[in-house]
Design a protein around this ligand. Sequence first.
Ligand code: NAD
Length: 254
Amino acid sequence: MTISNDEPPRVALVTGASRGIGAACALRLAAQGYRVAVNYGRSAQDAEAVVKQIIANGGNAAAIQADISVAGAGEELVAETTSQLGPPVVVVNNAGVQRSRAMIRQTPDELEQMLDTNVRGAWSVTRAALPHMYDAGWGRVVFISSVLGATGGPGDSGYGASKGALLAMSKSLAFEVSRRGITSNAVLPGTILTDIVRDVDPAVLEANIAAIASRRGGEPKEVAAVVSFLCSPDASYVSGAEIAVHGGGWVTLP
Ligand code: NAD
């Protein structure tokens, strides 16, 4: 089956979509016409709530459990998506964990958790979905990286390394797949107000936000809007790109 860029196939898989940026992406892609696999690790109730909202809006979705940090989870997740909704030709690699700590105090377990989830998880889900995209002659892969993947940051040697790995993964994949009608891109959020920043010391968060050019943290839907564009037929010639969604970045005030 070959699908033209005017008629994209219609199943999207979003990892870690029970809340935050992932939930916003799932809602937005459903509004765009995709049937959406709302992957979750543990929070079935939250994932079901996202599915309910999509269905209430006239869309179609299914909540699918998979801990993507586990070896082999990518194949199972893609197989389950295929059986419930159809073969996924859009993958949004959103699930991620951040364990910020100075390297001297970071534990090997914390590093492993970030690499297993953020890097191997994204790799294995994407790899499992690629044959469906090859078959369709159409596909979209989006990696939710982070500005910290490009710049690094204090306390983020492990997290920054995992997100930097996604930038290289995305660009490498773009070289391999772009001639087949498949694109691979990375989105680099700055400070987005979700649960992932809930553990940040409020004073630190306030100082961080005060230094952002826009003087505010971002909303999950502002990341989802960019993901939505990348997953649309309009983005057919955007591949191997890195798009920052960081409100203008951090500035040093005079
Ligand atoms: P979040 O903590 O609300 O979302 C992360 C999601 O990933 C959660 O739903 C969580 O359950 C899921 N997840 C974690 N490990 C998983 C696993 N092993 N299997 C399946 N799901 C798993 O935070 P968020 O801000 O919405 O983060 C989404 C993505 O955006 C992450 O990759 C994060 O690193 C990235 N990001 C966030 C910010 C920010 O400021 N919020 C900035 C840059 C990048």
